[in-house]
Design a protein around this ligand. Sequence first.
Ligand SMILES: Nc1ncnc2c1ncn2[C@@H]1O[C@H](COP(=O)(O)OP(=O)(O)O)[C@@H](O)[C@H]1O
Ligand SMILES: [Mg+2]
Length: 503
Amino acid sequence: MKSLQINKVLSGQLASRNILLRPPEPDPKILVSRPSSSIYIGKTLFCRVPFFWDPRKLVNPHLCVVGITGSGKSYFIKTFITRARLVLGASALILDWAGEYSSWVWAAGGRVVDFGRNGVNMMDLGGQKPHVRARQVISALCMLTDLGNYPEQIRITEDAMLECYRRWKSPTLKHLLFLLGKRQKQSEAHRICARRIRNLLLASGESFCSSKLKISSISEGLVCIDLHSLPTEEQRSLAGLTILQFLKESMRLSSYSENPFPRLFVVVDEAWKIASDERSDVISIVREGRKYGFSIIVASQNPSDVHKSIFSNSGTTICFRLTLDSERAYVRSSLSYSQNYEELSHSLGVGQALVHIETATPAQCSRDFILKVDGEPLAEFCRLRGGGMDISLERSELLRQLHLFGLSEKQAAIVLAKFEKSSLSMEASEFVRILEGFGFARPTIISLLRELGAGEKQLLEVFSNLRMAGSEGKVEFELSEKEESRKEGKKRGANAARKQNSP
Ligand SMILES: Nc1ncnc2c1ncn2[C@@H]1O[C@H](COP(=O)(O)OP(=O)(O)O)[C@@H](O)[C@H]1O
Ligand SMILES: [Mg+2]
């Protein structure tokens, strides 16, 4: 039997051995948790250990996500939130700057709220004393306008705000403008203050005066606040900041949570103006959120737009590919990972990230590793709307129902293609027209719609609207279908010719 030999090897030779060049990964005891009470994210690059995000093992439940555009930040957030809702039953509130989450939230069965149409009353007290709320509004205006540079204007605006609270029961920015307008002859500073509020109102319409958006209703379930319909970055940030201010106050009014799992994830993606400012409530929620069961996920393509205290107070940092040295240096100055990982972070692929975790108890092992995010394809829901109807059906279920009702493969494919063309949403009247174009009689279409979940009242409304609109749509559709079949015929002819010509 061959005995085990111990060789003397020079350290230089040792270092050249590949296995020793692999940087250490955290202890699997830290990375792996029960799938029923943690969130699976992906596998480590070297040892292929699955990483389950478990807030019980982390110093806090906040996440900071950075990486260039297209590196996988939003994909990771969507995957994470989907699983957090499934496994932990957590709620999620997404402040959607670019309108990139709304279709996913809708497809995932959540609620999309258009801020432009709903809005919040910026001067709502939200359960606070007038002088506290006035300070918060001033602080938001200082962050996003030039007000911060003029102490006299701050005093004038704040005085007028307090006067509004004394005079009216629930004042809005319109009341503030009314008072400032009356005082504008007193000085140039008064005039500028009035102009600032007037400009804000002119640009945002009712968005910052209406009280339609209730904080209690947006902090339950999966909710996306679509801010991208607001015309400027300042307004989007003002809306985001105001929501976060109200959210923080409602958080502080709630009792401490004994549960180690967050009950609400708040997502702020590409919110550079409010993630970089010390006065922003992103930072207050990062500092205080854990004890109330709040977790914040801050994502940005530029790490230097994320305030240092967000990095240093996040239990999990997910750093996707960064191309600029200065940005990598900024991240490294906050997290101090090894040179090995620094080098590896230069060549990350899409969905790969350098992860840093801060463990709840001190750990002797590495707290850095490279991870490939393991996403899952989302269920796609098709939505039929109109006439008071709002039906959503999983794509494959809709396909099954269409076949059951006698649509051919090709007809069902045309219907689905129509859904896909319009972000998986279609007017019920359009749906009826398409089926009529295929030659289906109205009673058959009505039974199909009933089967899909339409109520009698809704059917009545859809069909009476159709009657009023006439049959223009039907003709148009019939024409395009004929064109399709002509193209199909041509293709078949060409294929047959090709076959004949081939040896
Ligand atoms: N982990 C992943 N696995 C597979 N595909 C991914 C992954 N991460 C990102 N992608 C793909 O890359 C695209 C861009 O990712 P996205 O998350 O939108 O980038 P970012 O938000 O960083 O700009 C996504 O649409 C998705 O198709
Ligand atoms: Mg994104």
